[in-house]
Design a protein around this ligand. Structure first.
Ligand SMILES: *Cc1c(COP(=O)(O)O)cnc(C)c1O
Length: 357
């Protein structure tokens, strides 16, 4: 599949959609599979339809396994990334100190706080990237009860190295949870050595909303939690759509998608560097497709985001400081195209942002 085919495999965007870090655009096949399952529920009954979808759902778990290195039997469907973290923490019986990057996702910090965790930020360099050496030293000298690590966060396209954290956690016996909400189907996650990982369908996998996955090492979740997960009410149609999107991602060659997304990030940052007054936060060659920009003084990024949609049909994300409250000092705008972005799309974004901001 070419990346132009990736685009024609889904409904045509109204305007320019550069918002995949929030929610990508699903393909016709994903939409059709989701709708077909919903129709099948009406025809044969929801529980009969769910049983019939068993092999598709198993294929989805196998795809998550291929992309994360966790066993397919240890993958469960969730309603999204945050739901995965909630399931893990609800089961947690240990001490409640946790180390995270300072750029930790705000809602995850709220979830950690709700479960009584005291957060210790890991050291970073001036760009906000994990300082691996200092982090390993900190984890070794005074091990927290848990490490919650986010290799790619929501508010900044900086990629943090996981391997040294995994190694330090293993050496010090610290359980490690990795948030793959932005990294999954975007960066290489197949060798992440962690006790649990979780992610979501709607971002880089371009599956339906309201579904995600959680993968844990055997024995990590308690029996009552596993039983409950097996019986929870679920939007099976969304799981079917997610399974299909995972199949499409594997068919597109994950390594090729990763390389393309890194290239897309570089092109986006190069193009947006031309917009007067706005500052691109990431180094041009940062290997992710997330680009963030800080506005000129006195410009309200929330208002710019709304005007970009209303006046130019350009869909981006507004990032308030609550998105990463331990790191962000001012709001930003996020531009996150998928593999199909064209030079023309980027020029439209540049022109629109120049006109509005
Ligand atoms: C989007 C996101 C989440 C939450 O995902 P949901 O599916 O909305 O629960 C968690 N962590 C990061 C880094 C994210 O970008």
């Amino acid at each position: 599949m070419t990346f132009a085919e990736w685009r024609t495999a889904r409904p045509a965007p109204v305007g320019v959609h550069v918002d995949s870090a929030a929610c990508s655009r699903p393909s016709f096949a994903v939409i059709d599979a989701t709708a077909a399952h919903a129709r099948h529920e009406a025809e044969v009954g929801g529980y009969v339809a769910a049983e019939a979808a068993g092999p598709v759902l198993a294929a989805g778990r196998a795809a998550v396994s291929a992309l994360t290195g966790f066993a397919a039997d240890d993958v469960v469907y969730t309603t999204g990334a945050n739901n995965g973290l909630d399931i893990l923490l609800a089961d947690w019986t240990g001490e409640r100190t946790v180390a995270c990057i300072p750029g930790e996702f705000g809602p995850s910090l709220l979830t950690l706080a709700r479960y009584g965790f005291e957060v210790r930020p890991l050291p970073t360099d001036d760009a906000g990237r994990l300082d691996a050496e200092a982090a390993v030293a900190a984890l070794t000298a005074d091990p927290p009860a848990l490490v919650h690590f986010t290799p790619l966060s929501s508010h900044r396209g900086i990629v943090h190295p996981v391997a040294p954290v995994s190694t330090a956690c293993r050496a010090a016996g610290i359980p490690l949870i990795v948030d793959l909400a932005q990294a999954f189907a975007h960066l290489d996650c197949a060798d992440v050595d962690a006790d649990a990982v979780y992610g979501t369908s709607r971002k880089w996998t371009a599956g339906p909303r309201g579904v995600g996955f959680l993968a844990t090492r055997p024995g990590w979740l308690s029996e009552p939690t596993l039983l409950r997960l097996g019986h929870n009410e679920a939007n099976v149609a969304a799981r079917v759509g997610f399974a299909l999107a995972l199949g499409e991602h594997l068919a597109a060659d994950p390594a090729r998608v990763r390389a393309r997304l890194a290239e897309v990030g570089a092109r986006t940052r190069t193009a947006l560097a031309e917009v007067p007054g706005w500052q691109v936060v990431e180094p041009v060659d940062e290997p992710s497709a997330i680009t963030t920009l800080t506005p000129p003084d006195g410009v309200d990024a929330a208002q710019v985001r709304a005007r970009l949609i209303a006046e130019h049909g350009v869909v981006t994300t507004y990032l308030g400081v609550e998105r990463a409250p331990l790191e962000m000092t001012r709001p930003a705008l996020r531009v996150s195209p998928h593999v199909d972005v064209t030079a023309e799309d980027l020029q439209t974004v540049v022109a629109a942002l120049t006109a509005v901001g």
